[in-house]
Design a protein around this ligand. Structure first.
Ligand code: R5P
Length: 229
């Protein structure tokens, strides 16, 4: 059922796509639906140039025959469509469940417009139930983890911060970094947390996307809603 809603959100976002556009392609199970729809448009003759947000997305888009580019060749994009792990009604997002947050944030901010697609289970009153992914450099991992803990605690946030994949087999991002997943449960002031995390030297990027999304298509049993910040 949830997969049907993911697809319905992707179909709604497809209405924003025109031939000639330079697109950012998101990562994840919801974005995969959108990528397949773009593949159909390309097969039908649409002129699209796409920048993928992960190796996984590049592979799928390549298989579908979608012409691919990079931000070095195509530094300004018209539209990026991507999923989210959580969003609130102000379009503050948690992303990075699939580990692609760094490239996703770079691609989204290089786009004139960023649109989120999600099933309605992702829409929450307060973000934070989904553990916040924080991308860090492997060097100094434990010091960085403690700095995150201490900065979060200064903002009244507590909770476990764990290395994704564990010490023996850590998950490695496309950029060669690790991910710490922070279970803060409820993030009442995401802006302050975003600023605080961004100031920690070992933190490469984090999964809070604030002021980036221009709209969100959220699909559920009652239909598809378009949210604006
Ligand atoms: O790193 C992964 C991305 O941020 C995804 O967009 C996010 O995890 C949502 O993925 P899904 O659509 O599979 O729930």
């Amino acid at each position: 059922m949830s997969d049907d809603f993911k697809r319905a959100a992707a179909v709604a976002a497809l209405a924003e796509v025109q031939s000639g556009m330079r697109l950012g392609l998101g990562t994840g199970s919801t974005a995969d639906h959108f990528i397949r729809l773009i593949g159909e448009k390309v097969a039908a003759g649409f002129d699209i140039l796409a920048v993928p947000t992960s190796e996984r997305t590049a592979e799928l888009a390549g298989e579908l025959g979608i012409p691919l580019s990079t931000l070095d060749e195509t530094p300004e994009l018209d539209l990026t469509v991507d999923g989210a792990d959580e969003l609130d009604r102000y379009l503050r997002l948690v992303k990075g469940g699939g580990g692609a947050l760094l490239r996703e944030k770079i691609v989204a901010t290089a786009s004139a417009r960023m649109v989120v697609i999600a099933d309605s289970s992702k829409l929450v009153r307060m973000i934070g139930a989904f553990p916040l992914p924080i991308e860090v450099v492997p060097f100094g991992l434990e010091s960085t983890r403690r700095a995150i803990m201490s900065n979060a605690s200064a903002l009244g946030l507590t909770g476990e911060i764990v290395l994704r994949g564990g010490k023996e087999t850590p998950f490695v991002t496309d950029g060669g970094h690790y991910i710490l997943d922070a279970s803060f449960r409820q993030i009442a002031a995401p802006e302050a947390l975003s600023e605080s995390l961004g100031a920690i030297p070992g933190v490469v990027e984090h999964g809070l996307f604030i002021g980036i999304a221009d709209a969100a298509y959220v699909a559920g049993p009652d239909g598809t809603e378009c949210l604006k910040p």
